[in-house]
Each structure stands twice: as C-alpha cells, then as structure tokens.
Design a protein around this ligand. Structure first.
Ligand SMILES: [Zn+2]
Length: 100
C-alpha cells in the first residue's frame, strides 16, 4: 500500500481520464486528500497523446461565415457526409465538433 508523503496515511488507487478520453491511475490519500500521479502513468498518458494523429485543416470563406474542410480519414471514421449536421461545442481552448 502506498503511503502519503505529507501525512503518512494510506493512499487509494483511483482511475481518471483526460478530456481526450485517455484513462490513467492516480493515488489519493484517504486521510488528507493529497493526490499523486506517478511518473510511469505520466509516460503512459504522454505516449497515448503521441500516437493520436493531429490534422491541420484549412478554413475558407463562405459568405460571412467560414467553412472547414474535414479530411476524408476523419469523415470516414466518424461517419460524416454532406447530409450530416454537427453540433459545435465551444470550449476553453477550441471548438469540439459532435456528429448528430
Ligand atoms: Zn495524506
């Protein structure tokens, strides 16, 4: 059993996930609530990040709006076609596109 570095209390193993859906384990002290993420878990999460391909897409002007070109690979993966509607969710660092 892992011991808390600040109060020597027992730590429980918990699971959480990044906003991208990568799950990882961390420890939380049952006594004082101190949370730690071990280095091994950090590397696991960082590795998963590296394996996800990032796409760069160009915006084009469409009247007063902007059009976004979605690469074929992504549209196939998420089953998008020109008949689909999507929902744009405004988030702190960007926009999330959710197929309806
Ligand atoms: Zn503690």
């Amino acid at each position: 059993m892992k011991k808390c570095s600040s109060c020597r209390g027992n730590m429980e193993k918990l699971q959480s996930a990044t906003p991208e859906g990568f799950s990882y384990h961390y420890y939380r002290c049952i006594k004082c609530g101190e949370e730690i993420l071990d280095m091994k878990q950090l590397h696991v999460v960082a590795d998963k990040y590296r394996k996800v391909k990032h796409y760069r897409a160009k915006l084009s002007k469409w009247g007063h709006s902007l059009g976004l070109r979605i690469p074929k690979e992504i549209s196939q993966k998420y089953h998008l076609s020109d008949k689909n509607d999507v929902i744009l969710v405004q988030e702190k660092d960007g926009i999330k596109i959710i197929p309806v």
